[in-house]
Every structure is written in structure tokens, then in C-alpha cells.
Design a protein around this ligand. Structure first.
Ligand code: FAD
Length: 414
């Protein structure tokens, strides 16, 4: 039997690739190697429900139980790290001193939480949030009255802020940009989320830099660029992820920090693929490779790569989508806002239910919805139609996106 497919990284993308290979009829060996001690698990609850409920077991996060991998003859090896790749010999060296050969290699190594490079970053009480082990370390410290400082107002930071408030912790969010989630969201939605957080008692400091973290044995405060000192018993550093793409001589296939892949998830080496948070590709409307860190993308890329390896018909492209939950705000986003797009707000921001539609020229490229699941569903479909849209139609909030979609679908179908 040939060496089969070896998948490096036992996260969501790695597990989904293995399962999809079997679903698409791949009969060869499938081995998934992960350095964490757990079976592949879902990360989104780490900053939300799992962090809130200390009683939940890590097993409740597992994507599938061991029995499913056994039934599908998927060899999952946990607590094993791949140290290097010899692409000439098609061999991986492993942390236990042995090696494994591959016919096809799938990199599903995800990313690692970045740490800030300031004095005090290694003090006890300074954390990142990426894994079950991080939650195990963090959650006993979330107690009423414990002062929490969050460095970085991105999705994980803002979700953590909401969860920490639910424990009664005084929370300060420190964000370098002039608004939270500036890289991902319309200013209208950033402002809305900021006001929701402030109404829940979060102290928000935007446009600030972190100079150092203070403390003796453990953290006692943070010092900002303007010299202000804020007391803190716990600091969460949430400044994004560094893709794990540092395996052996991969220089030719790693670009902009991620493993560069084409639309089929293949690198410039025809026997090496990449899926999930570690990979970067050129997307419509962007002139540099971009990485998308989301559950939906990890699953879609896994299916695409598995189909390519199993010689199964390629699944249709999906419009990328994401979500975030903060308090009672359900944020759902579809498509990718590109530079120079026009934004149209549908609905009243004051009502707490509205959407922002992004148009590039006369085409809808993205939608971001606040507590508006209907807009999200139909907006996603409208983006997928890739048809020109009249601006006045979009501005007319009396006409639902469902109606607009139906009209357009009928027109395109004619
Ligand atoms: P990962 O889940 O990071 O898995 C990669 C695995 O590979 C890791 O276990 C790593 O240890 C292992 N690995 C790396 N290098 C090696 C090596 N050399 N040898 C062996 N193993 C290795 N997405 C959403 O869409 N919505 C959300 O609400 C949302 N919330 C999130 C909240 C948090 C706290 C986090 C951390 C992420 C969240 N995400 C969310 C993002 C989503 O979870 C990721 O996009 C998804 O997990 C990507 O899966 P992955 O398999 O590519 O990477």
C-alpha cells in the first residue's frame, strides 16, 4: 500500500480533510498528526460558551469522537509534532524520533496566537486565547472584581470582554486603531458594538499603544504609550495569529506568512496542499494573498483539497462567511469587503437590528448583519449571484433582501 495522505495539524481543517477524503471515496491510508493532546476540536466556544461554563469537558468540543475516526480508518495521532519536511524524500520527521512517509501532504497547521513584544509580556497573569489549555489556565482567574485588560479589540478580544463582564470583572479594552474591529467591520458596526460594550460597563480605550506590562511575580498593571497606568490582575493579549508555516524548507511555498495555495488548495509542489488558517490565496478584488480565519473556510477548503486528492468532482465555491457572538448581539458576515467599496446601511442602527451592504461598482461584495439573520441568508445568496444591482434598490429598506433576490433570480433565469 502507498504511503497515502498525511495531514499535519489535527485541528478543524485537518479533521475535515480526513473525513472528506473518506466521504469522496479515497481508499488509501489517511493519517492526521497533531501536537495538541486532544482530538480535533471546535475553537469558537473557547471565547464564548466554553469559557463561561467551567463544568464543560474538553470532550464536548470534539468535532467527532474517536469511534468515528476508527470507523473511517483514519489514523489520528495526538501529542506528536511534525518537526520537518523532506519534500525530496516525501518524509516527515516527528517529535517522537521516528518519521512517516507521504504520497500527498496536507498542511493544516493553523496559527499561533501572537504575543506582544513589550517588557512584562512573560509575567504570570498574561495570557493568549487559542486552545483548550489556554482556557484551562484562564478560567479560574475570571472572578468578580478581578481587573481585566484586553490588548486588541478584534473578534476574540471583544468576545472575551463580553464573557469577562458576565463574570463581573471590570474590563478595559486597549485598541491601537481608532475603533474596534477596524480591519474587518464597517465603521457603523464597529461603533454599534463599541456602544453595546460600553453599555455593559466595558472601559474602551482606542488609539492607544501598550508600552509595558507591570508586576513583580505576576501582572499588576499595564502602561500605555502616553504614560497612563491602568491596574490589571489579568491581561489577555489578543493581537491576531501567526500562521504556523515554519516547517522545514518551505520557503518557496510560503508567502506573506501563509502557505500559498491556488483555488484547489494546492501549493506549487503538486504533492503538497494546505487548508485552513495556515493557507493564503489570491481572492477576487485583492492583489496580495490573503488568509481567512474562519470555520466555514476551513471546512470548504478541506472539502476542496480532499476532492482534488480523491479525484472527486470539486465542490462549488461558497461565499465566505463568519460569525461572532457578543452579549445578545449576533454578528453575521458574508463575502469580503474590498477597498473602495460603497456601504449602505439597511435598517435602524438604534433598533439593534440592521445590516451594512458593501457594493463595489454595482456589485454586492459583502454584507455584515447585526441580529438580522434573514438579511444574512439572502445577502449571501445575492453576493453569490454576482449580478449588477441598482443602488436605489439596495437603499430602499422597505424591500427585503429576500424580495430583491427573488426579483433578480427571476431576471437572471429569464
Ligand atoms: P487550528 O484550529 O489552529 O488547528 C491547527 C492545529 O495544528 C493545532 O492544533 C496546532 O497545534 C497543530 N499544529 C501546528 N503545527 C503543527 C506541527 N508542526 N505538528 C503537529 N501539529 C501542528 N471562526 C469563526 O468562523 N467564528 C467564530 O466565532 C470563531 N471564534 C473563534 C474563537 C477563538 C477563541 C479562536 C481561537 C478561533 C475562532 N474562530 C472562529 C476561528 C476558527 O476556530 C479557525 O478558523 C479554525 O479553527 C481553523 O482551523 P485550522 O484547523 O485551520 O487551525
Amino acid at each position: 500500500m502507498s504511503a497515502g495522505v498525511v495531514i499535519v495539524g489535527a485541528g478543524l481543517a485537518g479533521a475535515e480533510t480526513a473525513l472528506a477524503l473518506r466521504q469522496f471515496g479515497y481508499m488509501g491510508k489517511v493519517c492526521v498528526i497533531g501536537r495538541e493532546p486532544w482530538l480535533p476540536y471546535e475553537r469558537p466556544p473557547l471565547s464564548k460558551a466554553f469559557l463561561k461554563d467551567a463544568q464543560r469537558s474538553p470532550q464536548s468540543l470534539f468535532i467527532r469522537p474517536q469511534t468515528v475516526y476508527d470507523e473511517h480508518a483514519i489514523d489520528i495521532r495526538t501529542s506528536v509534532e511534525v518537526l520537518s519536511i523532506d519534500r525530496q524524500a516525501k518524509r516527515l520527521s516527528l517529535s517522537h524520533g521516528n518519521s512517516i512517509d507521504y504520497e500527498k501532504l496536507v498542511l493544516a497547521t493553523g496559527g499561533e496566537a501572537r504575543m506582544v513584544d513589550v517588557p512584562g509580556a512573560t509575567l504570570a497573569g498574561v495570557h493568549t486565547l487559542k486552545s483548550i489549555d489556554d482556557v484551562v489556565a484562564l478560567s479560574p482567574q475570571l472572578r468578580a472584581g478581578r481587573k481585566v485588560a484586553i490588548v486588541g479589540g478584534g473578534f476574540v478580544g471583544m468576545e472575551f470582554a463580553a464573557t469577562a463582564r458576565s463574570f463581573g470583572c471590570p474590563v478595559t479594552v486597549l485598541e491601537a486603531q481608532d475603533r474596534v474591529l477596524a480591519r474587518s467591520l464597517s465603521p457603523v458596526i464597529s461603533r454599534h458594538l463599541e456602544s453595546v460594550h460600553v453599555s455593559h460597563g466595558v472601559f474602551l480605550r482606542t488609539g492607544v499603544t501598550l508600552q509595558r506590562i507591570e508586576g513583580r511575580d505576576r501582572v499588576s498593571g499595564v502602561v500605555l504609550g502616553d504614560g497612563t497606568t491602568l491596574e490589571a490582575d489579568l491581561v489577555l493579549v489578543s493581537v491576531g495569529n501567526q500562521p504556523c508555516a515554519e516547517l522545514g524548507p518551505l520557503q518557496d511555498i510560503v508567502q506573506g506568512g501563509g502557505v500559498l495555495v491556488d483555488a484547489d488548495g494546492c501549493t506549487s509542489d503538486p504533492d503538497v496542499y494546505a487548508v485552513g488558517d495556515c493557507c493564503a490565496s489570491i481572492r477576487e478584488g485583492f492583489d496580495v494573498p490573503i488568509r481567512l480565519e474562519s470555520v466555514q473556510q476551513a471546512v470548504a477548503q478541506a472539502k476542496r483539497v480532499a476532492a482534488g486528492i480523491a479525484r472527486y468532482p470539486r465542490p462549488p465555491d461558497e461565499v465566505p462567511w463568519f460569525w461572532s457572538d457578543q452579549y445578545d448581539v449576533k454578528l453575521q458576515m458574508a463575502g469580503l469587503p474590498t477597498r473602495g467599496t460603497r456601504e449602505i446601511v439597511r435598517g435602524e442602527t438604534k433598533s439593534g437590528k440592521f445590516s451594512v451592504v458593501f457594493l463595489a461598482g454595482n456589485r454586492m461584495t459583502s454584507i455584515q448583519c447585526v441580529n438580522s439573520p434573514g438579511d444574512f441568508v439572502w445577502g449571501r445568496r445575492l453576493i453569490g449571484l454576482r449580478q449588477p444591482l441598482a443602488l436605489e434598490v439596495m437603499k430602499d429598506a422597505s424591500k427585503s433582501l429576500k424580495q430583491i433576490y427573488a426579483d433578480m433570480h427571476e431576471r437572471v433565469g429569464q
